[in-house]
Design a protein around this ligand. Structure first.
Ligand code: FES
Length: 574
């Protein structure tokens, strides 16, 4: 609010005890076009005099807190010299940059410049922060997302409340429904919730930044009216996305309990081997997110999960799965689902068979389930197999950008095993037994590079390791000492190893959203699989993945495949 030097009285203070009014000096100290810093209680203010009168703003620039009075004034426009953000001094409105600056009342009384600073209640602070966070997410301004998240956390807002708000503005804009952005956000929220205070900010903002980056400038998907007459699994099976979304909303509208809705979506996600395991991963992560942010967000998330399941690739209908699907057709899924687990059953023999099988070992897997593995034992074997595959992944192939195969092709076997384990525990039955066999197939498929090129002699399976060169796991991961990282992750206390690897996965070294998402979700899956299997192999595998070079080949692979296709008409090989 501006004051001219003709003002002579202070008006009524509407904020009572929460405001402080103090003199910052005689008006004659300011010539028109000048600014000086003043202090009101514990607040530093930039007091500005322009043609329109006196104005007071927070002196701390909302960008990074540098003093605005060190900037420059041009008419009514103040420029922060540090990074060129610009503000209208009359209103605090940001003219260039990301955030407005707080403005304070000024009165000139008897020649003295009086500035009134209001202390906002927590509710008032939050009322301003929510729309600001929303703007930051919509514009994909990581700095603004980080600042507003830190400010909201400081007001006592929980990470779940903040993530819930972030999803309210992004879920409908996700490309083809909920995907990696949601999966990463869920794992990030889980990591935030096991931290305290300001340590919650990094995982929380990583998750929000992923949502912002992937949904920026995208239109929101329109939701249909709820229709409880639609069978959700049937609509997904017939690729009726609108119907699937209407059916989910209809279930929720009728107050269906979470287990009923979850069963329908797990059933649909189990019907096919969807997009390299992603159908089940996204289903798991969406329901885990709802467990954290509250079931009343289900209408905001679940229709978009249903859409994603419709639009996923059904790999089981493709030629490379034909033989495996013939095997699967001969498996009695009812018997698998009801098979008793023998507590003494050990997965090692099955892991060896599955890792080196020349064809998808579905029959061997089914036999193991009946012989005492049970579905849980089978999934343990898949996750241990995936871990060993990660530990022996040949870096010569990883670094060969002409080969489309890379780390992520293997990590999905681990993350899918974890997702199917969740599905089996939440909703056991023949459908989730089928999903477990799809995980076996995926483990087999993740060995296609090994079958093509031979297994690397330089693999880092823990029994072939040299002694570590450092005793600090974080250092080994950060500096790319994969051998020491694997040794330390194998020997360390699993909870501590998991925490160190999780922190490393949140670091900013991935280079792209999709790799960051995989670092985080693979590490989280490894933590859980080590806890479930009692083996350090999953954490050791995650340690190697984090510590090793990774070649991003999304553009290169697309170009190579496109050139090949356009010039020869040949589709990509597998
Ligand atoms: S601190 Fe003001 S623009 Fe960066």
């Amino acid at each position: 609010m501006a004051a001219t030097d003709r003002d002579t009285t202070q008006t009524h203070d509407p904020t009572g005890d929460r405001s402080t009014t103090e003199s910052v000096g005689p008006a004659e100290n300011w010539s028109v076009g000048s600014m000086k810093m003043g202090q009101v209680a514990d607040r530093k203010v930039a007091v500005v005099r322009t043609e329109s009168g006196f104005h007071a703003l927070d002196n701390a620039c909302p960008h990074q807190g540098y003093g605005l009075t060190t900037g420059s004034l041009d008419g009514e426009r103040l420029t922060c010299q540090w990074h060129n953000w610009k503000f209208d001094v009359r209103t605090g409105q940001c003219l260039m940059g990301e955030e407005d600056v707080a403005c304070h009342r000024v009165d000139v009384v008897d020649g003295e410049v009086l500035v009134t600073v209001n202390r906002q209640t927590v509710d008032e602070q939050r009322a301003k922060l929510w729309p600001s966070l929303e703007r930051g997410i919509e514009a994909d301004y990581t700095g603004q997302i980080a600042r507003d998240s830190a400010r909201l956390l400081a007001t006592g807002t929980t990470p779940a409340e903040i993530m819930r708000s972030g999803l309210a503005h992004t879920a409908a804009k996700t490309d083809d429904g909920l995907g990696h952005e949601l999966a990463m956000a869920t794992d990030c929220l889980a990591l935030a919730e096991i931290r305290n205070g300001t340590d919650q900010a990094l995982p929380l903002v990583q998750g929000l930044a992923g949502l912002a980056e992937t949904t920026r400038d995208r239109p929101a998907r329109q939701l249909p009216d709820p229709d409880p007459s639609v069978s959700v699994p049937e609509a997904i099976e017939t690729e009726d996305a609108k119907g699937a979304m209407a059916g989910v909303l209809g279930l929720l509208d009728q107050g269906a309990d979470p287990a009923t809705v979850r069963h329908q979506l797990i059933d649909a996600a189990s019907a096919h081997h969807l997009s390299y395991g992603h159908g089940m991963i996204y289903t798991q992560k969406t329901f885990e997110m709802l467990d954290r942010i509250g079931w009343d967000s289900a209408p905001n998330l679940l229709p978009h999960l249903a859409a994603r399941l419709v639009w996923s690739t059904r790999e089981d209908t493709l030629p490379y799965m034909r033989k495996a699907m013939r095997s699967l057709a001969g498996v009695d899924l009812e018997s698998l689902a009801s098979a008793e687990a023998d507590q003494g059953w050990q997965p090692d023999g099955l892991v060896d068979v599955m890792l080196d099988a020349p064809a998808a070992p579905l029959d061997a897997a089914a036999a193991a389930v009946i012989d005492g593995a049970g579905i849980e034992g089978l999934l343990a074997a898949v996750s241990l197999g995936a871990s060993r595959r990660l530990l022996r992944h040949d870096l010569a192939i990883e670094l060969d950008s002409s080969d489309a195969f890379g780390w992520l092709d293997i990590t999905h076997a681990l993350t899918t095993a974890q997702a199917v384990r969740w599905a089996w525990q939440a909703d056991p039955g023949p459908h989730t037994a089928r999903a477990a066999l799809f995980a076996v197939w995926l483990l087999f498929d993740s060995g296609r590079s090994e079958r093509r090129n031979g297994i690397a002699a330089t693999g880092l399976e823990p029994d072939r390791l040299a002694p570590p060169a450092t005793d600090d796991l974080a250092t080994a991961v950060t500096f790319g000492d994969a051998s020491s990282a694997v040794a330390l992750a194998t020997a360390g206390q699993p909870d501590q190893v998991g925490d160190i690897l999780a922190q490393a996965s949140l670091g900013d070294g991935a280079g792209s959203f999709i790799v960051a998402a995989h670092l985080i979700k693979t590490t989280e899956a490894a933590r859980r699989e080590t806890a479930r299997t009692g083996s350090s192999l999953p954490l050791a595998a995650a340690a190697r993945f984090l510590a090793s070079p990774r070649v991003e080949r999304f553009v290169a692979a697309n170009v190579a495949e496109s050139v090949d296709f356009v010039t020869t008409g040949r589709p990509p090989g597998r």
